[in-house]
Design a binder for this molecule. Structure first.
Ligand code: GAL
Length: 674
């Protein structure tokens, strides 16, 4: 069974509406709702006084309607009584402002009173509902990510730092406090990175992010353990929020959740939304270790961008949902079930919009529910890929710091650009941690992997030595985990395996470009590269780097490495990735012309294909396989396929024809070539 539903907030409505909700959920094929995410004030109106009657009624009603519940702990939004009782548990910004309730997420995660209040409400929910027949899953909190800089946090940060470094000498060394007279002689001198006069110490800032991730995780684990103890076997999760501001290492957290669950809201209303969707889904699968995960929130009918709401075009809600499922999601869940009449997000989209069930959006919700009802068997299938992109939260965080060689070193964008080029070529890829076992991949891509430890250096070298192909982009392997530059020329940690030495960075100004021997032009970044074993595949042409290597290739052991020293625009990146993918022996999910050896090269290089926007992903379970074919283009397209289309029920005998915006999920017959 695939999960289908969304956040359900019955506390915003009178009981008569609940009856209608459940009837509509049945009509829409909803089988799971997240309940109680923001219900703290309703559940515990006064400290220690619980009012569960209404929630009993809601859960009973849902159960009678055949809808299961991801029961939330409401700890992302403490009620106003909590702020007044425990002002020390309110969050403090880096500039020292203490925030007050009035929105949500107004708490300090290190404040003992907040943690105690969380344990109390989570424990009370566990006691009351552990055995409820509607309970399918626990949904702890909502989108952990709140940071505080108060004295409670300072104390907890010091404890964390002592555990990491042991003594102040090691901390001083790691933070390079010899610079600007920052030497610490007492733990009491160490604070969270509050507002500073000028540039802060980058390692201090990075360690605070690492600490914040661990501190938030500890708060999650406290609740999880209570819930697990009360209801063994019921999965516990929390919904990840994605974004550069989020101080959470989701890969690390994945070890502590029973199901990786993400919320995903694309920021681009144009064609980029589909690439963002695939990016987030592949990331989630990476965090889930390649296994199944759950799209916990997405918007039925909204992409918020450029200061306004963009209503999704008809069919786009289904296409996005299927794209997530194709890439391993166990279902499609939305924020939210019913649009509220008031409150800060009253104009957010919902499966039941303000217009009610007689609406396009509800009709599409019901249609999607019916389709997912026919796709239950795919839930068993996993997704495998031959290509992996390395993902490292610390490199992302560090690349957001100040004092770097360029302001144009956006880690997430670097990864998305490479991932997008693969998406347009139909090459499915995983995301993997730099220290993961990479031996299953033919090709590993490392865009802007700024931090590389000695351990990761050795692991990457042995991956290549054993026959793998590694492609590395500029601003990778520059520093160790403490953000200290690997000396002797960049990229210090990877010089040997790449066979190059970078003497100096030459970042480009906005709009400035640099010529390449291919006739293409590099953007944003260039550097003076010397060959140290590698050969130049592409050189700089013109300007002060004229004739020097820009893109190199190196044989290392039984494998190969590539180094890309500038940012390539879309088409040039497509060309290059086409060569790299082909040379590594990897390729797309489906060949439009089976037997064409140069397929990967062509698909990656051709703008015509780039505009086709046909998403092809296969889920497999042993000998069984399901091919997801999603036509995001506004033209009809054909794909070679054989089997039965579970969406429409029709057999597919060699060629699948899909109208613009159409989709199919083929239970494949016969041997499947990857
Ligand atoms: C999510 C959040 C929801 C809702 C939604 C709006 O990030 O978990 O509660 O705010 O965004 O898009």
């Amino acid at each position: 069974m695939l999960r289908y539903g969304g956040d359900y907030n019955p506390e915003q409505w009178p009981p008569e509406v609940w009856e209608e909700d459940v009837a509509l959920m049945r009509r829409a094929g909803v089988n799971l709702v997240s309940v109680g995410v923001f219900s703290w004030a309703r559940l515990e109106p006064r400290e220690g006084t619980f009012t569960f009657g209404w929630l009993d009624d809601v859960l009973d009603l849902l159960h009678r309607g055949g809808v299961e519940v991801a029961l939330a702990t409401p700890t992302a939004s403490p009620p106003p009584w909590f702020s007044l009782a425990y002002p020390d548990a309110l969050p403090v910004t880096a500039t020292g402002t203490r925030l007050l309730h009035g929105s949500r997420d107004t708490y300090c995660v290190s404040a003992p009173a907040y943690r105690a209040a969380c344990r109390r409400i989570a424990g009370a929910l566990a006691d009351r509902y552990a055995g409820h027949p509607a309970l399918a899953m626990w949904h702890v909190h909502n989108e952990y990510g709140t940071v505080c800089h108060c004295d409670h946090v300072a104390a907890a940060f010091r404890v964390w730092l002592r555990a990491r470094y042991g003594d102040l000498d090691a901390l001083n060394d790691a933070w390079t406090t010899a610079f600007w007279s920052q030497h610490y002689s007492d733990w009491a001198q160490v604070f969270p990175p509050r507002a500073t006069q000028y540039l802060p110490n980058p390692t201090h800032v990075l360690d605070f992010r690492r600490f914040s991730s661990d501190e938030l995780l500890a708060a999650y684990v406290e609740q999880r353990d209570l819930l697990r103890a009360a209801s063994p076997g019921v999965p516990v999760t929390t919904n990840y929020v994605l974004g550069g501001w989020v101080p959470v290492d989701h890969a690390r957290w994945a070890r502590e959740v029973d199901v990786v669950a993400i919320d995903h809201y694309p920021a681009d209303a144009g064609p980029g939304a589909e690439e963002e969707t695939a990016f987030a889904a592949d990331l989630a699968r990476g965090w889930a270790g390649g296994g199944s995960w759950l799209l916990m929130e997405s918007a039925p009918n909204l992409i918020y961008t450029g200061g306004r709401m963009h209503a999704k075009e008809p069919g786009r809600m289904a296409r996005h949902s299927l794209a997530h499922i194709a890439r391993g999601s166990a279902g499609a869940m939305f924020f939210q079930w019913r649009a509220p009449r008031g409150g800060a997000e009253m104009y957010h989209s919902a499966m039941v919009p303000h217009a009610g069930p007689e609406s396009r959006v509800f009709a599409e919700s019901a249609e999607l529910g019916a389709v997912l009802g026919r796709l239950g068997e795919v839930a068993a299938g996993g997704v495998s890929a031959e290509v992996a992109i390395l993902w490292d939260a610390a490199s992302w965080w560090a690349s957001q710091g100040r004092g770097l060689p360029s302001d144009d070193l956006d880690y997430a964008a670097a990864l998305a650009t490479v991932h997008g080029a693969l998406w347009r070529a139909g090459v499915v890829c995983d995301f993997a941690a730099p220290d993961a076992d990479l031996s299953a991949y033919r090709l590993v891509l490392a865009p802007s992997l700024y931090i590389v430890s000695a351990r990761v250096t050795a692991a990457l070298a042995s991956y290549v030595d054993d026959g793998g192909t590694l492609a590395v982009w500029y601003f990778s392997g520059i520093v160790d985990e403490a953000l200290r530059v690997w000396p002797g020329g960049h990229p210090g940690a990877l010089r040997d395996v790449l066979g190059v030495q970078v003497e100096e960075f030459l970042p480009l100004a906005p709009g400035e470009t640099v010529g390449l021997s291919t006739g293409e032009r590099g953007e944003a970044w260039s550097e003076r590269v010397h060959l140290a074993g590698a050969g130049a595949e592409v050189s700089y042409a013109g300007g002060r780097l004229d004739g020097l290597p820009a893109i190199t290739r190196h044989r290392y052991g039984r494998g190969a490495t590539w180094y890309v020293s500038t940012r390539l625009p879309r088409d040039a990146l497509g060309h290059l990735l086409g060569r790299i993918v082909s040379a590594a022996g990897a390729g797309p999910t489906v060949s439009p012309a089976p037997g064409t050896e140069r397929l990967a090269t062509e698909r990656l290089a051709t703008e015509r294909l780039a505009t086709e926007r046909l998403e092809l992903v296969r889920r497999r379970d042993g000998a069984a396989s399901w091919l997801f074919v999603i036509n995001h283009a506004d033209v009809a397209q054909e794909v070679p396929a054989r089997g039965v289309d579970l969406v429409g029920g029709a057999p597919v005998d060699g060629t699948l024809w899909l109208p613009a915006g159409g989709y199919a999920v083929i239970r494949e017959a016969g041997p499947v070539a990857l």
